[in-house]
Design a protein around this ligand. Structure first.
Ligand code: NAD
Ligand code: TYD
Length: 352
């Protein structure tokens, strides 16, 4: 395997930490530079096991700072970028949309500019890989799946900002020939996910005997993929994906929120030694999320046929593994839920 210097942005976050870990361990010849601003969602404790590896370096920096990004590209001479840094939570985007425009749109354009200016005399062997979401395609009814040719139809400020960033990546490919590609993935679950997203939030609340705030009737549907399978897909697409292409990544694993929540309750009753049915009593139906997309579901046939990727882990197993991880890492959960988290939680759920 040749030597390469790769910038991974957002590597201290949930998915980014799994991608950094996979690349650092699997490719000792690659130098991995993790650029992250360590927002509330970024946490260097997510990378404790690899932080001393010789092929890994952490840089604290803000992708919204265009001059700093350009300097970083000049200094480090990256051959490739895997761009994950983003504001990623729909509820926060409803409360503060402008932050999402800065990070997700301006931040992405700053990185595209830095790559384009640094690489423009020789695009050979270079790659700008943009990691995106299925939420850009909007909401499905009860039938059908998102494919790579589905129309963009975002509804939340989060998905609108990610859609905009995807358009900029394609525009730089078409206009400047910047070697790039995009993947759009469904909802991820697994270790190190910040407990503002459904699965870790509900595991934490069940453990603490707190109410489980189910938006609306709990009938919205999400397609869940184990985060390590997403990281494996990113590895395959990074190495074998066709420039200018889009790849959808999904688990063929659709669940209504309420069914998923009930399974979590059952698993946790068993693991916490509680009477059967006791965690379900914590379910509390609250006011629906504004503009709540009904259903996401991904068709990842292209990725399977062209690059031979399929998810490795069956969902019930993955969920149990994930619950075990959160129960074994209560210190991690307590450290990320101290401080500002309490304020966030009080404000977010006072609205519902
Ligand atoms: P996350 O919120 O856990 O992590 C985001 C990381 O980006 C954090 O470490 C944060 O500190 C960093 N960051 C935020 N603003 C920054 C800035 N201005 N400069 C530098 N770093 C900054 O998010 P995640 O769930 O790991 O998602 C990662 C990427 O994958 C995002 O682009 C997201 O849109 C996409 N995605 C997420 C999911 C999902 O289910 N979580 C699914 C599909 C796609
Ligand atoms: P979330 O994890 O925020 O991901 P996304 O909105 O990006 O799909 O939410 C997953 C689903 O769970 C979504 O339909 C909203 C719902 N949900 C609740 O019912 N209650 C909650 O407290 C949260 C955070 C989410």
């Amino acid at each position: 395997m040749e030597n390469k210097t790769i910038l991974i942005t957002g590597g201290a976050g949930f998915i980014g930490s799994h991608v950094v870990r996979l690349f650092v361990n699997k490719y000792p010849n690659y130098k991995i530079i993790n650029l992250d601003n360590l927002t509330y969602a970024g946490n260097l404790a997510n990378l404790k096991d690899i932080e001393d590896k010789p092929n890994y370096k952490f840089v604290k920096g803000d992708i919204v700072d265009g001059a700093a990004m350009y300097k970083l590209f000049e200094d480090e001479k990256f051959e490739a970028v895997i761009h994950l840094a983003a504001e990623s939570h729909v509820d926060r985007s409803i409360s503060n949309p402008t932050e999402f425009v800065f990070t997700n749109v301006i931040g992405t354009v700053n990185l595209l500019n830095a790559a384009n200016r640094t690489w423009k005399d020789n695009f050979e062997g270079k790659l700008f890989y943009h990691v995106s979401t299925d939420e850009v395609y909007g909401s499905l009814g009860h039938e059908g799946l998102f494919t790579e040719t589905s129309n963009y139809d975002p509804h939340s400020p989060y998905s609108a900002s990610k859609a905009s960033s995807d358009h900029f990546v394609r525009a730089y490919f078409d206009t400047y020939g910047l070697p790039s590609l995009i993947s759009n993935c469904s909802n991820n679950y697994g270790s190190y996910q910040f407990p503002e997203k459904l699965i870790p939030l509900f595991i934490n609340n069940i453990r603490n005997n707190q109410p489980l705030p189910v938006y609306g009737k709990g009938l919205n549907i999400r397609d869940w993929l184990w985060v390590e399978d997403h990281a494996r897909a990113i590895d395959v697409i990074f190495h074998k994906g066709k420039l200018g292409s889009t790849y959808n990544i999904g688990g063929h694993n659709e669940w209504t929120n309420i069914d998923l929540i009930k399974i979590m309750c059952t698993i946790l009753d068993g693991k916490l030694g509680r009477e059967k049915g006791s965690s379900e009593k914590l379910i509390t139906y609250v006011k629906d999320r504004a503009g709540h997309d009904l259903r996401y579901a991904i068709d990842s046939t292209k990725l399977k046929n062209e690059l031979d990727w399929v998810p490795s882990l069956q969902f019930e197993k993955g969920l149990e593994k994930t619950i075990d991880w959160y129960l074994a890492n209560v210190d991690w959960m307590e450290s990320v839920t101290s401080g500002n988290y309490q304020d966030y939680y009080a404000k977010q759920y006072a609205k519902h």
